[in-house]
Design a protein around this ligand. Structure first.
Ligand SMILES: NC(=O)c1ccc[n+]([C@@H]2O[C@H](COP(=O)([O-])OP(=O)(O)OC[C@H]3O[C@@H](n4cnc5c(N)ncnc54)[C@H](OP(=O)(O)O)[C@@H]3O)[C@@H](O)[C@H]2O)c1
Length: 323
């Protein structure tokens, strides 16, 4: 039987009363399991996703365990919704102790957003970048930011031009991502896999650059990224095309995969465990601090990603003077 996060020694005596948490992507999968565990540990939880019914069910379960909870909907493909989400969080709380940037997935049908940014890059990277930027001043001293990354980040290097639509000098618009690969069948899978890996690389680079800038700004806030494990039992596999979805779902039986509770424990380990207090700029594979890929340790790539992300969103660079 799989253990729940609070069964682990790290959380055994942890009392999170008064701890305010925003956990994005908590209507399903590891985010949902993490939110419920946070509630059982005594934290107040803001549940987020797009699915209002699923969100209401998580809030109901949290309230039944005695936690304070509310659901806020925001589609991460829509930057306006992110600004609204941040404003609502600021109005609803007097500060956050934990921000877990967890919402995301693989999007095989994904194309470009109205900002001419590839959908996966927008949802998995630009959205948490924007949300974090908007909430930086709302984080209490000692706050922790956790960004859910993936070992898939190792499959590629940073190529922002490939996920933005460049103007074609002969008229119209094109992108190397859109034009280089077919859009259906195995081709779309390959494209989706690349877009996913690239967005997860962005997550690792972002978390590290954020940690460095927060340290330079002498803010008592830490930032880390986490690979939660390969977890077949979440909604993650549902977004894959058949027959891959069925194959991935059947991986539960194979060694080397993790349970949903394990994945939630990995998030909570970075977000709350006394053992990781003060740790910043690290990448955790499960609960193990791990060296990310060389591409994820490239400071020039991290800086470029930081600057281009702000430009793509049309915002001032957060912590610009500390880069
Ligand atoms: N499962 C794995 O093997 C695995 C491995 C490595 C990393 N991860 C990462 O773990 C995180 C959680 O995934 P999971 O496995 O728990 O999958 P999941 O069950 O599909 O959960 C994904 C969550 O993200 C939200 N989400 C997806 N697209 C969104 C959008 N456009 N706007 C707002 N919210 C959105 C979903 O909410 P709604 O459905 O309500 O919109 C849901 O709450 C992801 O970042 C994923 O990349 C998973």
């Amino acid at each position: 039987m799989s253990l729940t996060p609070e069964d682990l020694e790290d959380f055994a005596r942890l009392d999170c009363s008064g701890t305010q948490v925003l956990l994005t992507g908590s209507t399903s999968g590891i985010g949902r399991a993490g939110a419920l565990a946070l509630g059982r540990l005594g934290a107040d939880v803001i549940v987020h996703g797009r699915d209002a019914d699923a969100g209401a069910r998580v809030v109901e379960e949290l309230e039944a365990s005695g936690a304070e909870a509310r659901f806020l909907a925001a589609d991460f493909a829509d930057s306006e919704a992110l600004w609204d989400l941040a404003a609502t969080v600021r109005a609803a709380t007097d500060g956050l102790d934990v921000l877990i940037n967890n919402a995301g997935g693989v999007f095989p049908e994904a194309q470009f957003t109205d900002r001419d940014v590839e959908y996966t890059f927008q949802v998995n990277h630009l959205a948490p970048y924007l949300l974090t930027a908007e909430l930086l001043d709302h984080l209490r001293p000692g706050a922790r930011i956790v960004t859910t990354a993936s070992e898939a980040h190792r499959l590629t290097s940073l190529d922002i031009d490939r996920v933005t639509r460049a103007t074609n000098p002969r008229g119209g618009r094109r992108s190397r991502l859109a034009s280089a690969l077919p859009t259906t069948g195995i081709g779309s899978l390959t494209r989706a896999q690349w877009a996913y890996s690239h967005s997860k690389l962005a997550n690792v680079l972002f978390a590290k650059e954020l940690a460095d800038r927060l340290a330079a700004a002498e803010r008592a806030v830490v930032s880390n990224s986490v690979h939660p494990g390969a977890i077949p039992g979440t909604g993650f596999a549902r977004s894959l095309p058949e027959p891959l979805s069925r194959v991935v779902n059947s991986l539960d039986a194979l060694p080397g995969t993790s349970s949903v509770a394990d994945g939630a424990a990995a998030l909570l380990f970075a977000a709350l465990a006394p053992r990781t207090a003060g740790v910043s700029g690290r990448y955790f594979a499960g609960r193990e601090p791990t060296l990310p890929s060389a591409a994820a340790r490239d400071p020039e790539a991290a800086r470029r990603l930081w600057e281009r992300s702000a430009a793509l969103l049309g915002i001032d660079e957060p912590l610009a003077e500390y880069g």
